[in-house]
Write a new protein. Structure first.
Length: 217
């Protein structure tokens, strides 16, 4: 069986004149206790220094393809990072054991601080389940918001579409708008007013010019 030994692991190199290791004040990473087990199929490294020389990996698990691995970094610009890379598919499956019910949280993903980013650079993002809940909790007007933004179309299709706004809702477009009900339509308000663009020239008897000017800004 292959044996391991501690190695002098450094990215700064020895001095060309003295052939001595560099001083400890050099910013590049170095250590003298790195260990590697492996063969042509893969390897596991303890104390590996990444190619740029700026980060030390506590544990680096690497396959024969250098793009396929897991690293637990300890210092530098990626201090405390856990990074998984793969040239092919990445699958995560759980919750198929006995005794796990539908109501349980069998997969829990949490960021104590910071954002969670899911980015499909050249593909779709699909969320599928018996129910999907989007909940935003935050205080103040700048938090607690859910935003949907599309460069083309946002399509909502369901048996029922219910919208309940506690203080205000607004539908606006710079183009045309249509409201269609093939069976019946009910509109209720304590006061209903309709304003056309004609009030921009001359206000109506009941007003409306101020409202019209706010909508065309």
């Amino acid at each position: 069986m292959p044996t391991s030994q501690n190695t002098n692991n450094t990215k700064v190199g020895n001095s060309p004149k003295t052939n001595k290791p560099p001083s400890n004040n050099n910013t590049a990473k170095q250590n003298y206790t790195a260990i590697r087990y492996g063969n042509d199929h893969g390897s596991v490294n303890f104390g590996h220094i990444h190619k740029q020389g700026d980060v030390t990996s506590d544990i680096l698990l690497q396959a024969s393809d250098a793009r396929h691995g897991i690293t637990l970094d300890k210092d530098g610009p990626r201090k405390g990072w856990t990074t998984t890379t793969s040239p092919g598919h990445f699958q995560l499956e759980c919750g198929f054991g006995k005794g796990i019910t539908e109501a349980e949280d069998s997969l829990f993903l949490k960021a104590e601080n910071g954002n969670i980013v899911i980015n499909a650079k050249n593909g779709k993002i699909r969320l599928q389940g018996t129910d999907i809940e989007l909940i935003a909790l935050g205080e103040g007007g700048s938090k607690g918001n859910i935003r949907l933004k599309a460069s083309e179309t946002i399509e909502v299709d369901g048996k029922k579409v219910l919208i309940n706004a506690k203080s205000k809702y607004k539908l606006a477009t710079s183009g045309s708008a249509e409201i269609v009900a093939n069976s019946s339509m009910k509109i209720y308000s304590s006061l209903v007013r309709g304003v056309t663009d004609s009030v921009s020239k001359k206000d109506s008897k009941v007003g409306g010019k101020d409202f019209q000017s706010k909508q065309v800004k």
